[in-house]
Design a binder for this molecule. Structure first.
Ligand code: NDP
Length: 447
């Protein structure tokens, strides 16, 4: 069978075996579209059906999560953990709590995680999990009871050497703390390395909170440096206003750029003079309020209800909210307005049509798999510290993160060049991520 036909057949089989999981299909297609030249060079991988095996998760768990709300009413959510690939190390990937969560979202995220984790150079496999639980508007007590119930099922299949969850949308330090506490209680073990994103006082790592945002900015800075440019003086928009968006903003400001817009699912805040990050942090991290409340404190800012953040002209954009938030139309608008670089803090935030627009325009485009790898990389550093009972300082950990992001950029660039699409970091990330996993899988036999 000709190569393109073979890859198309694999894709059709994935659709057939995983009906109704559009996001998972999209993530698989993007990787398959990059792998043609790899199979020409390494026909053995096709022979050994490596890609077919990578597309099938090693294990998937779906479970009931019952809990009681503050009125004593019983609520039922659904929990997921997809252990996708353990060729490089224990399964590793975050937990997402959001009403949109279903198996297709968890599988797309878990699939992406395999390649992302491979790119970090650390010994970690790929996984993802979560629930359709919505933490928004819930009391601390409700969130705690939910997290405890979630862990009461999850603990059976995780462990320091087995599977190490972390945070994602809707799961931050508070939720990780509640889940770690319940795991400890159920197992009677203080097993620090079982989960990452922990608080600093009980085994967390410096820089983990900042890592995804900082790492994404380091990646963009690296892309720009190769184009003899930098973030200094650049006008920047960042979608979302959660963990990734906040620390992207912080690093952009430190490097001399100016973030002029942020968003949430209700709308956009915009201030050409630049946003005040201290206020954002108080609103979002301490008071858990909405982004529109920012305008109560800063008269020069305006709130655009249900606005589209990509309409705002900028030099650099960081999609940092959710999947498929940048459409083809948005991408064309960004390019037309003079945007020169995109750093994807979120996972798969750009539709396939949008990705094509960025690639065709030749702007610096850092796909999520590579650009947001700093979060999981620093989780890997947290695991290292837990294993050696050490706690590194902020500057030391940040320097390691910075070095990892430079290296991710370099290996993606080199793979893109070697396999015939110089400058195309989508192909570069997919190929470099894939090759390491494929080598490990080949060495480990048919498992
Ligand atoms: P948070 O929960 O901290 O923040 C998410 C932000 O995105 C919020 O402002 C939220 O707005 C907005 N958002 C979420 N879903 C939607 C939606 N469907 N439509 C519009 N806005 C939405 O999550 P993170 O910052 O941790 O994650 C953001 C992205 O980064 C995700 O794609 C995640 O997978 C990715 N990522 C995160 C990593 C991490 O370390 N945390 C690591 C690598 C990637 P609202 O409050 O209105 O819902």
């Amino acid at each position: 069978m000709a190569l393109t036909q073979r890859l198309e057949a694999i894709y059709q089989d994935v659709i057939k075996r995983n009906p109704g999981e559009a996001e998972f299909h999209q993530a698989v297609k993007e990787v398959l579209d990059s792998l043609g030249p790899v199979f020409v060079k390494y026909p053995d991988y096709a022979e050994a059906k490596i890609i077919e095996r990578i597309c099938e998760p090693e294990r998937q768990l779906i479970f009931r999560v019952p809990w009681q709300d503050d009125r004593g009413e019983v609520q039922i959510n659904r929990g997921f953990r997809v252990q996708f690939n353990s060729a490089l190390g224990p399964y590793k990937g975050g937990l997402r709590f959001h009403p949109s969560v279903y198996l297709g979202i968890i599988k797309f995220l878990g699939f992406e995680q395999i390649f992302k984790n491979s790119l970090t150079g650390l010994p970690i496999g790929g996984a993802k999990g979560g629930s359709d639980f919505d933490p928004k508007g819930k009391s601390d007590g409700e969130v705690m009871r939910f997290c405890q119930s979630f862990m009461t099922e999850l603990w059976r299949i995780i462990g320091e050497y087995t599977d190490v969850p972390a945070g994602d949308i809707g799961v931050g330090g508070r939720e990780i703390g509640f889940m770690f506490g319940q795991y400890k209680r159920l197992t009677n073990k203080f097993e620090s390395g079982v989960i990452t994103g922990k608080g600093l006082v009980y085994g967390g790592s410096q820089v983990r909170t900042e890592a995804t945002g900082y790492g994404c900015v380091y990646f963009v800075e690296e892309m720009l440096r190769h184009r003899k440019n930098g973030l200094k003086g650049k006008k920047v928009v960042v979608s979302g206003s959660g963990n990734v968006a906040i620390y992207t903003t912080e690093k952009v400001h430190q490097l001399g750029g100016k973030v002029i817009a942020l968003s949430d699912s209700n709308g956009v805040i915009h201030d050409e003079r630049g946003l005040n990050l201290d206020r954002i942090k108080i609103l979002k991290e301490v008071e858990r309020r909405r982004i529109k409340d920012y305008c109560e404190y800063h008269r020069s800012a305006r709130f655009i209800p249900n606005g589209n953040i990509w309409d705002i002209p900028c030099d650099v954009a960081f999609p940092s909210a959710t999947e498929n938030e940048v459409t083809g139309k948005d991408a064309r608008k960004l390019v037309k307005n003079g945007c020169i670089a995109i750093g994807e803090g979120a996972n798969m935030p750009t539709t396939p049509e949008g990705v094509k627009v960025f690639i065709d325009a030749g702007i610096a485009y850092g796909p999520g798999k590579a650009a947001n790898a700093g979060g999981v990389a620093t989780s890997g550093l947290e695991m290292q510290q837990n294993a050696s009972r050490e706690a590194w300082g902020f500057a030391e950990t940040d320097a390691k993160l910075h070095a990892i992001m430079r290296n991710v950029h370099q290996i993606c660039s080199e793979a893109a060049e070697e396999f015939g699409s110089p400058g195309n970091l989508v192909n570069g990330a997919n190929i470099a991520g894939f090759l390491k996993v494929a080598r490990a899988m080949s060495a480990q036999g048919v498992v």
